[in-house]
Design a protein around this ligand. Sequence first.
Ligand SMILES: [Zn+2]
Length: 1004
Amino acid sequence: MSRPSRLSFALFLCVALLTGPAAFADSDAQPARDSKQPIDEAYTAKIQKYTTAPYFSSPLVDYLPASKNVPTPDVVLGDIAGAPGILPYAEDVYKYMRLLEKATARVKVFSIGTTEEGREMIAVAVSSESNLKNLEQNHQRLAKLADPRTIQLNDAEADKLVAESVPVYYITGTIHSTETGAPTALMELAYRLAVDDSPYIRDIRDNVITLITPVVEVDGRDREVDIYKWHLAHPKEFYPPLIYWGKYVVHDNNRDAMAVTLKLTENVLNTYVGWDAQVLHDLHESVPYLYDNTVGDGPYNAWVDPILVDEWQMIGARNVADMTKFGMPGVFTHGDFDTWSPGYLMFIAAMHNGISRLYETFGNDGADTRERTLEPDEYARTWYRANPPLPKALWSQRNNNNYEETGLLTSLHYFSDNRRMFLKNFYLKSKRSIEKPSTEGPAAYVLPSDDPRPTVQADLLRIMLKQHVEISRATSAFLVALPAKKEKKPKPGDAEEKPKPPAPTSRSFPAGSYVIRMDQPYSRVADALLDYQYWSPDDPQKTPYDDTAWTFGELFGVQITRVTDTKVLNIPMERITELPAIGGVQGEGALFAIDNHAEPALATLRYRLKSASIDAAEEPFQVADHKFNRGTFLIRSVNRSDLDAAAKSLGLRVVALSAAPNVKTHPVRAPRILYVHTWISTQSEGWWRLALDNLQIPYDYTSTQAIAKIPDLHAKYDVILFPPVGWNSSPTTIIDGLSTSWGNPLPWLNTPETPNLVGKNDSTPDMRPGLGWEGVAKLQEFVAKGGVLLTSTDTSQFALAIGLGNGVTATHSDKMKIVGAIVGTRLVDPASPIAYGYDEKVSAYCDNDPIFSVNSMLWSRRRHLAGDSTTRPTGRGTKDDPDYVVGRTTPEIPEQPEHEQWEVPIPTDEQLDNNPRVIPPADRARIVLRYADSKDLLISGLVENGGEIAQHPAVVDVPSGNGHVVLFSLNPIYRGETENTYSLVLNTLLNFDSLNAGRKNEDK
Ligand SMILES: [Zn+2]
């Protein structure tokens, strides 16, 4: 071996310099205070006082550096962050952040939008003076890394940008309002990052822009603080549960990152994308003491880049390692959260080429210091939790703040040390998203311009635009090659199957069709939302954390084609940033027709054109070339220009007719709606309210408690909507509520103590009482007099339990496992007005919904399986011969009526004989929709043992007295994602007084 030449030695030196500690390896800054910087003695003493044990803290947060000019959180809180008894309103948190901004050039506050109730949301940037001074230049560099098309996907150019750029680490707090610690932790974190001169913190300040939204659910935060103040004023009493958070949804606000229906999602998404941030780290509190669920558990979302999976592992493992070295118990990163659904707020980052992170820390739902006893599975030592939480400990909000801040500071430091790798990864993930068509496919998704449901298609596309997905429109018709379908090899025994016609090899699309190209930076989010999901019943993960499917084309009921043919990218098209206007009146005539394709906008139109006369066609009809569906709107007594304006704003296409079609019709009226909620939970109903409000359908919103007090429900209302309650609410829970014979009243009222509770929602002096038996009687009377009651899932079971819904029963199966999946359903009675506009196959969201069965008799026993009675006994002859009795002729076997699983069985003559339990034909259940056959049930997600619900009724219209009960086994309105099934509800509303249209009764 020869000695290295001088030249190679010089090269070696260069390499060593480039790869030395300053460039890539960890900095040697220790997580400890700078002994030269004075500390705030009083504040530090309180940190120690409120921390319940030394191991619940770390060298990063067990002191507060002093500053002459920068105020500590004490100026706003009147105490330190995490002090017992103190929960600031969002306004106070903002006030502090703006004081910081005034005091130091290292903090800048940005307004990022408002909530549904008009409260402000903010983002606070903390970094060095020079980083904040050069924000704009830095952002221009980050934007290029975020969209590598701007640098022609040039890696060398990217490396230059990476070397010059400062990454953005975005932290969001308290989306879940009962998880209360984050705002004070983030106030103090901002102070530390701005003030602390220790090398460890300086590293972060100089190398990272920390962006903080201290309160995500601002409306809910203010309610939570109210409740907590009420609790402090009434320390011995139970305090009211936080029944409303934001205006619409509760805990599900963290499941909105797909459909982006809530302002908080939209504001965080726009901030994340607008800053071209690298991380979105969302703070929660439901697991002791710090579960960094970044690693979580499988199955992982199948659309994320493997680079991200690697980042999750690195960051999660390092986070646990750092905090373990501090001696903090109960820090772990693997756990029971699976990373499948992209619905969580943090997943905005995973779907937009960043890094999603989530902490579950430990909180007390308020700022009381309490002794907390854990469940054995929470304190068990496991392979991934070598230093588990303690079985029992005194826990304070300060402990919570110590954990949150320590976790964040170690993460930020790790990120600062490895910023070049993470920035390069950010670029690579963006680049690989752009290269998707050629490397992994598909090339594009295409939505045809002739979709029969253009308004729903537009709603779906608007979600894509909110997700910052680029949409193009083809300027001419085009053809794409379809992937060759593999023929299934015939199995021995099914040789007789007829040869199938060859599968089409191409598909043409008309001009104006929408193309979502996959060669764009945010192709992954579009791909994930539009694709299909398959969750294997054999997956080792037996308890999916959330929904297993979300395929938007199916849930919205619009046509979407996944195109792998890369030639699609070369067709002439132009990028659009807003959707073209569609709709308006065409043709001449005084009668106006709108074809019915179950578009929710039809209901909006009915309410908007108050004085117009609108009829629904009870049969399909044709005028010239135009075929109109059943349920087509025929509109009279309306000014053409008014109709045109309304139709244009809603995107509805109206055809003027010169003569009325020869078809039976009935009026379509805008019913007066009573909308009922409980004081048990508003989670599920909130999504219904949001949908109705977006559709501008008015309703009176009231609780079960108030029903008994309304003198005559039917005089005041045409339809009562009772959306699902959730929380496994049984009929008894709905009727009884909570006992008033113990405890104290739980008020939900605006008072000087609780000024924010009610908002525009409901109020009550006591949340405990339920519907009560008087309320039950009122509902029964309402239906008997001719009202329509619409229920879904658990409220359907409630309606059945109170004797509404003759001949329908509902059961649950222990074997069946349909977890937030998309299933096939089939129209049974297309003549029912509830089915207007639907095709035979309807995709629907299903979550282990109740299994309906129908009968023509009350209290009948379960019918024997047909198989038993139709097989012949052992005897002479072949299997198909009739049985044979020696010594007499073989009698003709009388035919027994047969029926399908979803059909109401026709009673036999034997059953009809002297039987008052037989329901008269006109009073029997009318099946509108049923679940598909077992083999067709699974469309997307997890369906296991689906045979239990296959073929059973899914939507049933039961005449009751002079009215109707419309029972949904499934939940048709959910998370803004299920627009395909909205019109089953809306049709019920609009045809409330003609639900029997098209009904055929049996003779017996
Ligand atoms: Zn949470």
